[in-house]
Write a protein that binds this ligand. Structure first.
Ligand SMILES: O=C(O)CCC(=O)C(=O)O
Length: 265
């Protein structure tokens, strides 16, 4: 799918206004199903490594994906429609700095309401245009039972206290992010949101690709890129990945066992 300039601007405006836009049916379900099959062993390894109380909450796993093979598919990480909206929001000179996943399993709970980043100038309380975005898409259809993320529209442009108060009073109701395989969400991660319990036996993996303004450094994430993968990518993808570390071999680049201590604000 290609978006016209007007369509891309309309999606970007929706993010600016509400914090979220969804591109329906963007990624072929065959691609999603292949990612889900390949994800199983990575999730199993994370469960072995971290036990049942990992850092995102009980039975909830943050897993970094190795940037190679199907995980580096240009149809996903250099998708024309996604990039058109991203470029509207953080500029054509932005960066891609994160490729990972969030997965609640049976036994997961409500997370505390949080933001994924702090204000640029926290002492000022001043909200700015977008600078840090997440592209999210699920590897299974998201239902009421398997743990839809909930978010509070518009709270990316409010102070945390004000946003939390409006959520608590019901003035801004939480919205469940129902998405089908192939749907893609682009969101401003300053919005107040939380993971909810997965009540079924099947994991609900949600891929997260992080994009930022060119000047934003997020020390908690990066993408370890094998040189042979980098050289085979389209020019735009290479440009967006330019601040990430490059390794001579896929083995070297494959993630060291890492524990991501996500910041929640
Ligand atoms: O359920 C989700 O995908 C959201 C999880 C989340 O917000 C987090 O782990 O910080």
């Amino acid at each position: 799918m290609k978006l016209t300039a007007d369509q891309a601007r309309a999606h970007a405006d929706e993010v600016r206004k509400t914090s979220v836009t969804i591109l329906k049916g963007l990624i072929p379900t065959e691609t999603i199903d292949a990612w889900n099959a390949a994800f199983g062993p990575l999730l199993a390894a994370a469960v072995r490594r971290e036990g049942d109380n990992p850092n995102r909450g009980a039975h909830r796993y943050y897993v970094t994906l190795p940037f190679q093979d199907l995980w580096a598919d240009p149809g996903v990480i250099d998708n024309a429609a996604i990039m058109a909206v991203i470029e509207e929001l953080v500029g054509a000179d932005g960066v891609m700095c994160q490729l990972a996943s969030d997965t609640p399993l049976a036994g997961s709970e409500y997370q505390d309401l949080h933001r994924d980043t702090q204000l640029l100038f926290p002492e000022s309380g001043v909200e700015t245009p977008p600078y840090q975005l997440a592209v999210n898409f699920p590897l299974v259809d998201v239902t009421d039972e398997n743990g839809p993320m909930e978010y509070a529209p518009g709270t990316h442009m409010l102070s945390k206290d004000e946003g939390m108060a409006k959520v608590a009073s019901g003035e801004i109701p939480l919205v469940k992010a129902y998405m089908n395989r192939g749907d893609v969400m682009i969101r401003d991660v300053r919005h107040i949101h939380r993971g909810t319990p997965n009540r079924v036996g099947t994991p609900r993996p949600m891929i997260v690709i992080g994009y930022s303004r060119r000047w934003l450094h997020r020390p908690e994430v990066n993408i370890r890129i094998p040189a042979e993968v980098l050289v085979a990518l389209p020019e735009r993808a290479r440009r967006w990945l330019r601040h990430n570390p490059v390794f001579e071999t896929k083995t070297e680049a494959a993630q060291p066992e890492e524990t991501y201590r996500a910041f929640a604000y």
